[in-house]
Write a protein that binds this ligand. Structure first.
Ligand SMILES: NC(=O)c1ccc[n+]([C@@H]2O[C@H](COP(=O)([O-])OP(=O)(O)OC[C@H]3O[C@@H](n4cnc5c(N)ncnc54)[C@H](O)[C@@H]3O)[C@@H](O)[C@H]2O)c1
Length: 311
């Protein structure tokens, strides 16, 4: 089986490349990535066919997609604050990028397309836990671009019979997640702050909650989705319902690191949602075999990785 990962030099994509290249059923892994937020080093030592380029480049995608069975589309400009600063860039990479990928997948004779949407699409909808039938109320250009992406997947399934699977990722964390830049996610940002002596910054009062998923759990689901060719035109929450407040995350990390974090509380950021907690019965029905990695173990493995790979 031949699999393409768009955005495969990024955090989740490179972890997936590490998993897929060890699977006997997978004969070839191809990566297309423009390295805008990813790093070629993330793929060092792996037997992958790497093409540097953009998912906005249709002819390039035609070459990369030729003869592949599955496309795992992860390329995007992530981050809510990045999209607030530059909405058009997020729209191009995320929404137009997804449309370009779908068009190329259609030309490549209906390869399956698995794609990453985001829990941010629930936005201002106060319903908790978040189940897929809640009305999306996006609060940021990033969330709008992700909602457009999953709607394009459903439309391509209906119009052209393309086999698709849109996942709504929640807060994914783990090895190879970049830290030390303005748009870093909380887990790598806090671990890296501690190792460099910088302050640990909490946006908001610390009572806002997130559903953290270890990246290996996400990769296990994506791998099964590709190998079993799972199809759904409805979005599927990819998280395990572990609602953790940022204050609780501070406590967990203090226990793992064996040192106090002494966080600095600063005002919340525009576009951030208050609570995020997945209802995941659709995921469990489609992937009953997946065992998620628990939060404490995931944090331990992440801290271990950051200690041995400080960039
Ligand atoms: N990390 C999370 O918690 C999370 C949560 C929800 C959704 N997601 C989604 O999961 C996917 C992967 O996210 P990630 O955390 O690994 O981010 P990442 O930034 O590490 O990976 C994205 C990759 O896409 C590449 N890319 C960006 N624009 C591109 C373009 N036009 N053409 C080709 N490559 C391009 C980047 O260089 C990068 O390697 C994204 O679609 C993101 O929106 C992530």
């Amino acid at each position: 089986m031949k699999i393409v990962i768009t955005g495969g030099a990024g955090f989740i994509g490179s972890n997936l490349a590490h998993v897929l290249t060890r699977r006997g059923e997978v004969s070839e892994v191809r990566v297309v990535d423009d390295l805008s937020t990813g790093f070629k080093d993330n793929l060092a030592g792996l037997d992958v066919h790497f093409t540097e380029g953009s998912v906005l480049d249709g002819p390039l995608l035609d070459r990369v997609f030729r003869g592949t069975d599955t496309i795992v589309h992860l390329a995007a400009l992530p981050s809510v604050p990045r999209s607030v600063a530059n909405p058009l860039a997020s729209h191009h990479a995320n929404a137009t990028g997804t449309l370009t990928v779908l068009e190329a997948a259609r030309r490549a004779d209906s390869a399956q397309v698995i794609a990453a949407s985001s829990s941010s699409v629930y936005g201002a909808n106060p319903g908790i836990p978040k189940h897929e039938d809640l009305r999306p109320v996006p609060l940021s250009p990033y969330a709008v671009s992700k909602l457009a992406s999953e709607a394009y997947l459903a439309a391509f399934h209906h119009c052209y019979g393309l086999p698709v699977l849109p996942f709504r990722f929640f807060n994914v964390y783990g090895p190879r997640q970049p830290a030390g830049h303005a748009y870093a996610a909380v887990v790598p940002a806090w671990i890296s702050a501690l190792t460099t002596g910088a302050p640990v910054v909490v946006h908001g009062d610390g009572r806002q909650s997130r559903d953290f998923t270890y990246v290996e759990t996400v990769c296990r689901v994506l791998t099964q989705a590709a190998l079993r060719k799972v199809v759904s035109c409805d979005p599927v929450n990819l998280a395990y319902g572990t609602r953790t407040s940022l204050g609780e995350l501070v406590t967990e990390l203090e226990a793992v690191l064996g040192t106090p974090l002494n966080p600095q509380y600063v005002p919340p950021r525009p576009g951030d949602v208050r609570h995020s907690h997945a209802e995941n019965s659709r995921l469990l029905r489609l992937f009953p075999e997946i065992e998620p990695v628990p939060l404490r173990e995931g944090l331990e493995r992440t801290v271990e990785w950051f200690r041995s790979h400080s960039r």
